[in-house]
Design a protein around this ligand. Sequence first.
Ligand code: FES
Length: 104
Amino acid sequence: MPTIQYQGKTIDCPQGANLRMVLLRSRLPVYNSVAQALNCRGRGLCGACAVRIEGPVSAPTEAEERRLALPPHRPDSGLRLACQCSVEGDVVVTKQPGLWGQRS
Ligand code: FES
């Protein structure tokens, strides 16, 4: 069973679990500031669930690639959208500052 390290916590999840859902169910914040209330609820549209991930997750979806190509994100940022990622092994996840988590 993969583990997710995030904000000082370690969470177990089934392989293939959606990263956003695992974090939300664990009551860990996926969003910064007002994006906690104003987000697309996991449809890959708002970009506010962006995180940095070390470890194996699913390949980017088309929706994810489209959204991460638009400001304030950059296609070369290396960020991923938690709502579009399935956890495939042990991962370390970091939420960066900024409304979209886009600042390094
Ligand atoms: S929740 Fe909106 S893009 Fe992930």
